[in-house]
Design a protein around this ligand. Structure first.
Ligand code: P6P
Length: 321
């Protein structure tokens, strides 16, 4: 079984003038993920279950493990010396790293440290989502380095902490999945060159919000639920309430995930920079689609670190229905 380290080393040879900096940066994220895996699996024993009682900029109650994961990622990325700053769901503004190593780091990383955190207390799958961009500004890192369109992305991925822990990522040359073998502390290549099925009869949406959604979404859900044997309907609704888990299932088996605009929140709920763009990048690399209902997620202008967007993401032939 090929380890992640072997895989990256081999793939690194594919990159012209590969300097090894992106490899080192990915390894910093992997180190944080292994530590989060360890702590997620024993959270109930470490008194880091439950909420801090604080609210993040989203106005969401922050779970202790959220903050713990956020601080781990910041520590590993700062100490790794390849990253000059981060943007995270748990921090109101971006965090610039002083160039303590004088390595002249030129990557910025955006992440949701523990997505789906409301599932932590009930042992449902949760995940870390990340995206990597090159710093564009000439001097010290600035906000504009984080507000880049998805088409500028260098790499993106997620770690799902579920029945097993998997890292799924892409540097723009396809999508590969690695399963953590905790006995040796290595992520091993288990899902090479992931291609998402062009169609599957699974749709993921919080159907409880039906009367808040626009009519075309309401009509779509009604269409999926109709009893029509010739088109193998009703389709199956699968929705865990953890984007990483719902996305991962649909990526491997096919299906469509929708978090639409709502009357009281026309930009939906999910954040574009550290949830939707990385997932859209992976989905397109695996042969699927990702839009906001009108345009490609990857082409949307980004004007705020915590900007939200509606999202429809999954198998490409769903768009033909
Ligand atoms: P709702 C988790 O809080 C999250 O950000 C995503 O992981 C998930 O897909 C979505 O929100 C669930 O939101 O409104 O259906 O509970």
């Amino acid at each position: 079984m090929m380890t992640l380290t072997e895989f990256i080393t081999i793939k690194e040879r594919d990159f012209q003038n590969a300097t090894g900096n992106l490899t080192a940066l990915l390894n910093d994220i992997v180190l944080a993920a292994k530590t989060i895996h360890r702590d997620v699996n024993r959270a109930g024993l470490m008194d880091i279950i439950g909420a801090t009682g604080d609210e993040n900029i989203q106005g969401e109650v922050v779970q202790k493990l959220d903050i713990h994961a956020d601080q781990l990622l910041i520590k590993y990325l700062q100490n790794g010396g390849q990253c000059c700053g981060i943007g995270s769901e748990e921090n109101d503004t971006f965090i610039a790293f002083d160039d303590q190593h004088k390595l002249d780091p030129h990557y910025v990383v955006l992440f949701d440290p523990l997505d789906g955190s409301s599932n932590i207390d009930v042992c449902a799958p949760i995940g870390t989502i990340f995206s990597i961009y090159k710093k564009k500004s000439p001097g010290k890192v600035e906000l504009s380095d984080f507000l880049q369109k998805g088409t500028e992305i260098v790499a993106a991925g997620y770690v799902i902490y579920g029945s097993s822990t998997m890292l799924v990522f892409s540097t723009g040359r396809g999508v590969n999945g690695f399963t953590l073998d905790a006995s040796i502390g290595e992520f091993c290549l288990s899902h090479p060159d992931i291609k998402t099925p062009e169609m599957n009869n699974t749709y993921s949406i919080n159907q409880g919000g039906m009367y808040k959604y626009e009519q075309y979404i309401h009509d779509f859900v009604d269409w999926c639920s109709a009893d029509d044997k010739t088109s193998k309907r009703p389709y199956s609704l699968r929705y865990i309430g953890s984007m990483v888990a719902d996305f991962h299932r649909n990526l491997l088996k096919g299906g469509i995930f929708i978090y639409p605009a709502m009357k009281e929140s026309p930009q939906g709920k999910l954040r574009i920079l550290y949830e939707c763009i990385p997932m859209a990048f992976l989905q397109e690399q695996a042969g699927g689609i990702a839009t906001d209902g009108e345009q490609r997620i990857l082409e949307k202008e980004v004007t705020d670190l915590h900007q939200r967007t509606p999202i429809i993401i999954g198998s490409k032939n769903w768009s033909k229905n």
